[in-house]
Every structure is written in structure tokens, then in C-alpha cells.
Design a protein around this ligand. Structure first.
Ligand code: FMN
Length: 356
């Protein structure tokens, strides 16, 4: 089988990717009190690089010890021990000719106060997710409305974590603006009811993301990659569209494209799904308004779906397929028939059984 577009190189800033496939960020909840993932979780990432993925994303790393954490066992990257633990993993990924990118986030209104040392949950507005937190069996608490002090403090956490990633040798950093977490809370008129300069118009709702991006960019050497992940779905309150219209979403993408970022990563439930009542998918409507390199993710599970997704994007990311099949990249290369995994099957990510 010819290698096709999927296995053709792609120039991303100063990097030349060997193919168009990346391991999507995947939280594994394996860390103990030191906020360092288990060794087998590290090995898992390196194995995906060995199998040929051009990009390997980390799990979403939480940005502070105050209010950022949403799930038990999440990692941080702000202490020397944490940096020292990641450094050999990053090197091993790079030795395979792959890029290592650290994803970071603050959980915002999805945070679980009990597992944050400061026992707090903060968000742009005091609007709790409607559903029960599946991890606690309790409603999500109503968040404290973030003050300017909180905003500055949280931005500082993003910056410190970015500095940790640079120190650990990562090629790139991703700011997680998707899935209903803090940055996404600010972007969305559903979770953000502020009447100050951080709420209201798209420009105002984007202000927090802008400040995070600008602050992070300042501490990054010029040769590193900065990406931003966005979605129109959230972990909670799924029935609520996070952006109300195509116009609103595209306005956000246009605003985002003016920032000093190197790529946009769009996360979907299904890359193929038509959105906002149009006959176009998320990649298409994103591409209409940006020239930035585009990554797409969501039910890309075999050669055909990867090739199809690449019609409107530059890079495909896969989560469940790469979680459950360590040979996935090579299987895609050979055009092997592969399954579309169900969400429940991904729960193995959170057991302490090492995954192959
Ligand atoms: C176990 C697991 C953990 C995930 N953790 C993250 C995460 O930390 N950050 C993130 O942006 N997305 C996370 N996701 C979402 C995936 O990156 C991806 O967008 C989603 O699973 C759809 O892709 P897929 O159909 O290839 O699985 C996670 C998904 C799974 C299955």
C-alpha cells in the first residue's frame, strides 16, 4: 500500500513531522501525591513514539496546587522532581524522531475542591455544571467567581507549568482551551456571565485565553511550538452547545488566529459530524477562517477515516485507538481493518494495570 498523505512529512514551524499522526492528550490519573505519573504510563507514551506517531501529547497537566485539579492522580510540572521525572521520557520520545508536547489545563468549574490543597473551585461565573460529578456522586459545587487576583494567579500557574515543560525539554506546549474546563468556561457565553472586561463580547470572553497565551509565549524559547486546543463539546452539560452559532465559533477562531500560536487542535466527538446546522464538519468550518496548521481528532480509527479527516486538516490525532492498540500507527500504514472503540472501553486508561 502506498504511504499516501498520512505518511508524508509535514512542516510545523521549525519541525518536520515524519507523518500526520499524533497521540491525542490522554489523562491517566496515575500519579500519587508527588503528581508524577506511574512509570508504565510514561512507558506507554514512549511505546507510541516507537510505533511511529509523529507527535506524542502528554496527559493534561494541571497548572497549580490551588484549584486546577479535576481528577485524582493528575500530574503537575512545577517542581524539580516532576521535571526530572519527565525529562527522560521526553528524550526517549525525541529519540524516536517524534515531537513531545505537554498539554496543560486548569479545570475551572469542573475542578474537584477536595483534591486541591486549597480546597477551592473557581470559574468566570458562579454557574455549576448541571450534572452530578461521576467521580464523587455529588453535584459539582458552585464555583467562586474569579477576581482579578485569581485570574493573575491562575495565569501564573500556566506560566510556571510552561517553564517546567521547557526545563524538561518538551518540543511544544499546548494550552487546553477545550472540553468545558477553565479557558473554555471563559470562552463560552453559557458558563461566562461576567459583566467586566472578561465577559460579554467574543473579544472580552477571549481576553483570558489571550492573557494566558501571551504570558506563556513570553517564557518559551523561539524554537518551541505553541498549540491551542478547542472544542464545541464539554465533559459536563453535553446538551449545551458551547458556542451558539457557526458565526460565534468562527469569530473565536479568527481571534485565536491572531495570537502567537503555531497550530490549532480541534477536538470533536466525530470528525465527520456536520455542525451548527451546516453541511460541514468542525475542521471545515475552522479552516474557512484560519490559515494556521490544523489538527483534528474524534473517531479517527483506521486508514480510511484518517485519510478522510486529512482532507480538511493537516494532522490527525487519535486517542482511544492509540490507547487500546500499541501497533495502531503501523496498522494504519498497512491498511489493516481496525475497530471503532466505544467510550467505555477507554476506562482501562484509569486502572493500575499497565497498558501495552
Ligand atoms: C482516557 C482518555 C483520556 C483523555 N484525556 C484527555 C486530556 O487529558 N486532554 C484532552 O484534551 N483530551 C483528553 N481526552 C480526549 C481525547 O484527546 C480525544 O479528543 C477524544 O477521546 C476523541 O478522540 P478518539 O475518538 O480518537 O478517542 C481523553 C480521552 C480518553 C479516551
Amino acid at each position: 500500500m502506498s504511504d499516501g498523505i498520512i505518511f508524508s512529512p509535514f512542516k510545523l514551524k521549525g519541525f518536520t513531522l515524519k507523518n500526520r499522526i499524533g497521540v491525542a492528550p490522554m489523562t491517566r490519573m496515575s500519579s500519587l501525591r508527588d503528581s508524577i505519573p506511574r512509570q508504565d504510563v510514561f512507558d506507554f507514551l514512549v511505546r507510541r513514539a516507537k510505533n511511529g506517531a509523529a507527535i506524542v501529547y502528554t496527559e493534561a497537566i494541571v497548572t497549580d496546587y490551588e484549584s486546577a485539579q479535576g481528577y485524582p492522580g493528575q500530574a503537575r510540572l512545577v517542581t524539580q522532581r516532576q521535571i526530572d521525572a519527565w525529562r527522560p521520557v521526553v528524550r526517549a520520545i525525541q529519540k524516536e524522531g517524534s515531537m513531545a508536547i505537554m498539554q496543560m489545563f486548569h479545570c475551572g468549574r469542573m475542578a474537584w475542591p477536595d483534591i486541591n490543597p486549597a480546597n477551592r473551585v473557581i470559574a468566570p461565573s458562579d454557574i455549576a455544571p448541571k450534572q452530578i460529578n461521576p467521580l464523587t456522586g455529588e453535584p459539582y459545587p458552585v464555583p467562586d467567581v474569579m477576581t482579578q487576583f485569581d485570574i493573575d494567579h491562575v495565569i501564573f500557574g500556566f506560566v510556571e507549568t510552561a517553564r517546567g515543560a521547557i526545563e524538561a525539554g518538551f518540543d511544544g506546549i499546548e494550552i487546553h482551551g477545550a472540553h468545558g474546563y477553565l479557558i473554555n468556561n471563559f470562552l463560552s457565553s453559557y458558563a461566562n456571565k461576567r459583566t467586566d472586561s472578561y465577559g460579554g463580547s467574543v473579544e472580552n470572553r477571549f481576553r483570558f485565553a489571550h492573557e494566558v497565551i501571551q504570558a506563556v509565549k513570553k517564557v518559551m524559547p523561539d524554537d518551541r511550538l505553541l498549540t491551542f486546543r478547542i472544542s464545541n463539546w464539554g465533559i459536563a452539560d453535553m446538551e449545551v452547545s458551547l458556542f451558539n452559532t457557526k458565526t460565534e465559533y468562527q469569530e473565536i477562531i479568527k481571534t485565536l488566529s491572531k495570537e502567537p500560536i503555531d497550530a490549532i487542535s480541534v477536538s470533536t466527538y466525530g470528525y465527520k459530524d456536520n455542525v451548527f446546522g451546516t453541511d460541514r464538519n468542525m475542521a471545515q468550518i475552522t479552516r474557512e477562517v484560519t490559515d494556521l496548521p490544523l489538527m483534528i481528532c474524534g473517531q479517527i480509527y483506521d486508514r480510511d477515516s484518517a485519510e478522510d479527516a486529512l482532507k480538511h486538516a493537516d494532522i490527525v490525532l487519535s486517542a482511544k485507538s492509540l490507547l487500546l492498540n500499541p501497533e495502531w500507527v503501523e496498522d494504519v500504514r498497512s491498511g489493516k481493518q481496525l475497530p471503532l472503540y466505544k467510550s467505555e472501553e477507554a476506562n482501562v486508561a484509569y486502572t493500575d494495570e499497565p497498558l501495552p
